[in-house]
Design a protein around this ligand. Structure first.
Ligand code: PCA
Length: 413
């Protein structure tokens, strides 16, 4: 698959404005963006700032064009950076009338639809990767309750039968906050990234390796995952010994909330002094208790931490330089919907009993180990995403042998 189609929309002016930064940035995009060995064709469309009109037009555009990628763009006059929205709410509320004079008050966007829907792209990982290239991108879990939120909710409703189709929303600041050229450049980079994900997804579901998708000159990006106790870190060590640069997601997740970091400051502001330990560091247990069972609190926390983890990961991996193999050792690759972000995905697996025995040997009580396993994706879910599987159920020599085979495949890449 070399040609990818994308729908990208901006909005008309509203609230007395004479233009809308979203459309100014979208209209400046070219008709086609170049991919390595392919292209993404753009359909650029202007949406009305009316609840009913935007929803109807979005449904029509998605149904008639069947685009591979759907990106809606709107203005948030208070935004400081470009924001990838993670969440749409099934609620329309307006403090000012829309351009048709409609002013809903807690109306449902889709009658009897779920309370919220999540964008089908890995927003945090994308924001991190784009910001690592110097673009001003972050994530947000609240697109408001105005026309933009309705647009996102409707689009996610429309693509529900195919949740692998990347669909989401970008809020952009006023042109006086961030100039239109930077916004256009960011949208182009986002579209290229999403189009490459679509190409990898198609390669994978057609039974080919994601490695078959052409790439520009840069390090090979490898996602390495496995359930707790699978021996993923042992494999990471073996790949490092052969020359891979290994980036550890868990280590970055700790680093971004060290004392003195902006993330820890934001967490303190949002969740209170109660989540800060006596030594000024993060009290993980207290924070876990706050977000446990509270999806909205968890989403807010993730918006503070995950884009920073992803940005640090992308920076470190790209620093490996072209021709090198950069491995991201990430436990929650499947859970985070990140598989197609990588040029190839390696899954390490081991039988459940063996994993439990390893965890017990490390001092984790069996019940705790089982509880942690039940919170992770299943082996089947992880394996379904893999380009390469490593079985870690035998002697270390057997593991080395498989890693040698995998390394050859990566070097051929
Ligand atoms: N911004 C509004 C609607 C159209 C736009 O550009 C919003 O954030 O809902």
């Amino acid at each position: 698959m070399h040609q990818v189609s994308a729908l990208i929309t901006g909005f008309e002016p509203f609230a007395g404005g004479s233009d809308n930064a979203s459309w100014e940035a979208v209209r400046a995009l070219p008709e086609e963006l170049t991919l390595a060995g392919g292209a993404v064709r753009l359909r650029r469309e202007l949406l009305p700032v009316t609840f009913a009109g935007a929803a109807a037009r979005v449904r029509e555009l998605i149904a008639s064009g069947r685009p591979d990628v759907v990106v809606h763009v709107g203005l948030d006059a208070s935004a400081k950076a470009i924001k990838l929205e993670t969440t749409a709410y099934n609620e329309a509320t307006a403090s000012i009338p829309d351009n048709s004079g409609a002013q809903p008050d807690h109306a449902e966007v889709v009658p009897a639809g779920p309370r919220r829907r999540h964008s089908t792209w890995a927003a945090h990982a994308l924001a991190g990767r784009l910001s690592a290239t110097g673009l001003p991108v972050t994530t947000s879990d609240d697109a408001g309750r105005y026309v933009c939120n309705t647009t996102l909710y409707t689009a996610l409703d429309a693509v529900e039968e195919d949740p692998t189709r990347p669909t989401g929303f970008v809020h952009v600041p006023l042109a006086t906050t961030i100039g239109t050229p930077i916004v256009t450049r960011t949208l182009a980079a986002l579209l290229v990234e999403l189009a490459d994900q679509v190409r990898r997804h198609h390669a994978h579901i057609q039974g080919m390796s994601r490695l078959s998708v052409p790439r520009p000159s840069r390090p090979l990006r490898v996602g390495l995952t496995g359930g707790i106790g699978s021996g993923k870190s042992t494999v990471a060590g073996m790949l490092a010994a052969r020359g891979a640069l290994v980036v550890d997601a868990d280590a970055l997740a700790r680093a971004v909330v060290e004392p003195g970091t902006p993330a820890l400051e934001e967490i303190k502001q949002a969740f209170g002094q109660g989540v800060i330990a006596a030594d000024g560091g993060l009290d993980r247990a207290a924070l876990a208790a706050v977000v446990f069972d509270d999806d909205e609190a968890r989403a807010r926390l993730e918006a503070m931490t995950l884009p920073r983890v992803a940005a640090a990961a992308a920076e470190q991996m790209e620093a490996a330089g072209p021709g090198r193999v950069a491995v991201y050792d990430v436990p929650l690759l499947a859970e985070g919907g990140m598989a197609d972000l990588f040029d190839t995905v390696i899954v390490v697996r081991a039988p459940r009993e063996l994993r439990l025995a390893r965890l017990e040997a490390r001092g984790l009580a069996r019940a705790d180990a089982e509880a942690r396993m039940s919170q992770q994706a299943s082996d089947g879910e992880r394996e379904a995403l893999a380009d390469l599987v490593i079985d870690n159920d035998g002697a270390v020599e057997q593991l080395e042998e498989q890693v040698a085979g995998v390394w050859q495949a990566l070097e051929r890449g």
